[in-house]
Design a protein around this ligand. Sequence first.
Ligand code: CP3
Length: 351
Amino acid sequence: MRGFNDRFLKACRREPTDCTPVWFMRQAGRYQPEYRQLRKKHSLLEIAKTPELCAEVTLLPVRQLGVDAAILFSDIMLPLGPMGVRFQIQENVGPVIERPIREPKDVERLRPLELEEDLPSVLEAIRLLRQELEVPLIGFAGAPFTLASYLIEGGPSRAFLRTKALMYRHPGLWHRLLEKLTDSVAKFLKAQAQAGAQALQVFDSWVGCLSTLDYREYVQFHMRRLFAELKELEAPIIHFGVGTGELLELMKEAGGDVIGLDWRVEMDQAWASLGYDSAVQGNLDPAVLLGPWDVIERRALEVLEQAGGRPGHIFNLGHGVLPETPPDALKRLVELVHERSTQKEIHDERT
Ligand code: CP3
């Protein structure tokens, strides 16, 4: 037994660590031969809703890569089922909603989240994992905007025009929808923390499509309320979105102990403008891992150097691991981050 590795939790709290903690969004997934093998027998939702399978998949990257945190294997769509939404996860497409939201009665029909339906298995997986893991377990949920975008578009989207049209044309309905989603997301995150998740990540993956003006007017209020609801929890919360360079400060105002950065921003500028009273997570471009090792190494060291060895940096990619990623590159990257961020070396490099 090596004992419990808590450098990820320390970094969330901006406490000094022996070296920079690292984990990867989508670290359990299609880039792994073992995962693809399992997917031949079980669907994504089957794996997510079967505690033993969920735990097995969640543990794979922890054992293979040596990352400093585990993230529960699931999908942001999962809590929508118990709210009365019927959807499928289509291979190479993503979530597809049976009856997208088009009018007020579609919003009224959404039920408040019942934890007793579908989700007990998720909470059971968390309890199982806590017995196995020697690194912290991250629970997560989709943010209200990102979930609303799937409910309104009916599936993945590039421009989110239906979502924006509903927001501008029917602001009352929009706010009602976000309010309902906020209630359910808060309830689900609290339940995950109570079941044993030691940190939580809120994925507002698609909120980067909004202007700062629209974020302020249509989203920020709900995010503030979400984080206020979670204040009582001990678990630190990571607040992440993609393409959010312009929104980072508004996201920080809304809440979160750690702000997730995508690869479009530079670590040093983004952290400086957020202020060092926030921890940050990121932000290597996941596509860099498709390049040769010398490029991966150069870009990863740039991230570390820009973070400057300051407490409160969690190394991650700027978004999820791509299916084409060679597993060995990830393993080597974890080793690199650990080796090259030990407090002594960072110090030496700067002097
Ligand atoms: O490689 C894999 O991850 C395969 C398994 C898979 C997941 N979701 C796991 C998941 C698949 C095929 C999906 C369906 C899905 N759900 C898609 C299509 C994915 C694709 O690439 O084909 C999408 C876009 C969704 C919606 C979704 N799920 C979003 C927007 C997020 C937030 C993270 C993000 O990518 O922005 C999720 C979360 C998610 N899906 C997780 C997992 C294991 C948890 C987060 C994590 O592991 O980092």
